[in-house]
Design a protein around this ligand. Structure first.
Ligand code: ASP
Length: 306
């Protein structure tokens, strides 16, 4: 078993001038989570710490820098899950919370539940989570996108993280502002266990992409199921490499629904994989086998290096 962490910055097109910001943001997130894992800390803590960094970075579509809906309002969704006792917590349609992933984490600690809108915000306030005004979440860039009524080619996208700690706990987390110009009241896949994230004793997965396509194929659970899909592993033992399983999961999505999606996947041995059918997806990872974290905006760059 190798202690490992991997983060993503969303399935999207990354223009050359945004590549550096995507890499820098993902590396900062991996480092924050790695510090915890390296000291023998918990995978769930590491996932929360990594996603908090990405939520604070306007390069990504989560918390600060989140995309606006058709009415020019910002709404956030996030969830976290761990393999230990299959605990999870989720929030959706909130806009007075600085770090939705931390509220999801507090819910996980209290009782696995999905809280939305004002109820989720009251829970956050009661538990001392950082609150904010919706305007504090809106970046200049996203305000302009909304005012110009354009969906940029290099749109901001959802963030996620999966990690494995020394004690064998696997955790997954995902956080988003949804889709640009989404209808009022829309909630996507991100905070839905099985769709936007999943973690059990076999592996952990965080997804990104068009929620309306990710939901019907239950993408995150599908990817984790594929880790133990070989005939030889009927006893539930993990045999399929996460690289292969991630690819198969995105392939399965492509065959059944339109739209873009991506996923990062980690198995209980600390092996990683990721796949997407968008043009790019920023990914960074770190494990005990590496000297320093690695980061890529495009899978081909990663393949060229190994
Ligand atoms: N999955 C998110 C949603 O549909 C968006 C994204 O991943 O970029 O809300």
């Amino acid at each position: 078993m190798t202690v490992t962490i991997i983060v993503h910055g969303g399935a999207k097109t990354i223009s050359d001038d945004k590549a550096k910001a995507n890499i820098t943001g993902c590396l900062a997130a991996v480092k924050a989570g790695w510090e915890i894992l390296q000291q023998g800390g918990d995978a769930t803590d590491a996932v929360e710490a990594a996603i908090r960094i990405l939520e604070s970075d306007p390069t990504f579509n989560s918390s600060i820098g989140a995309t606006l809906d058709i009415e020019g309002k910002v709404y956030l969704d996030a969830a976290i899950m761990e393999s230990r006792d299959l605990r999870w917590g989720a929030v959706a349609a909130v806009n007075h919370i600085s770090h939705p992933i931390s509220v999801a984490r507090r819910i996980l600690e209290e009782k696995s539940r999905f809280l939305v809108a004002e109820g989720a915000e009251r829970f956050a306030l009661k538990h001392g989570c950082e609150m904010c005004e919706p305007n504090n979440l809106i970046s200049e860039e996203q305000q302009q996108v909304w005012e110009q009524e354009r969906i940029p080619e290099d749109r901001a996208a959802t963030v996620g993280c999966v990690a494995l700690d020394r004690h064998g706990n696997l955790a997954a987390g995902t956080s988003t502002g949804g889709l640009e110009n989404q209808p009022a009241g829309r909630v996507g896949d991100t905070a839905l266990v099985g769709c936007g994230l999943y973690a059990d004793s076999r592996g952990a997965c965080s997804t990104t992409g068009d929620g309306e396509s990710v939901i019907p194929v239950v993408l995150a659970k599908t990817a984790v199921d594929l880790l133990s899909s070989d005939a030889a592993s009927a006893d539930g033992s993990v045999s399929c490499h996460p690289e292969e399983a991630a690819k198969k999961a995105i392939e399965a999505l492509k065959q059944r629904v339109p739209g873009e999606a991506g996923c990062i996947l980690l198995d209980r041995n600390g092996r990683i994989g990721w796949a997407y059918n968008s043009q790019d997806m920023a990914v960074a990872y770190m494990s005990e086998e590496l000297q320093e974290p690695a980061a890529f905006t495009c899978k081909d760059d990663h393949l060229a290096k190994i």
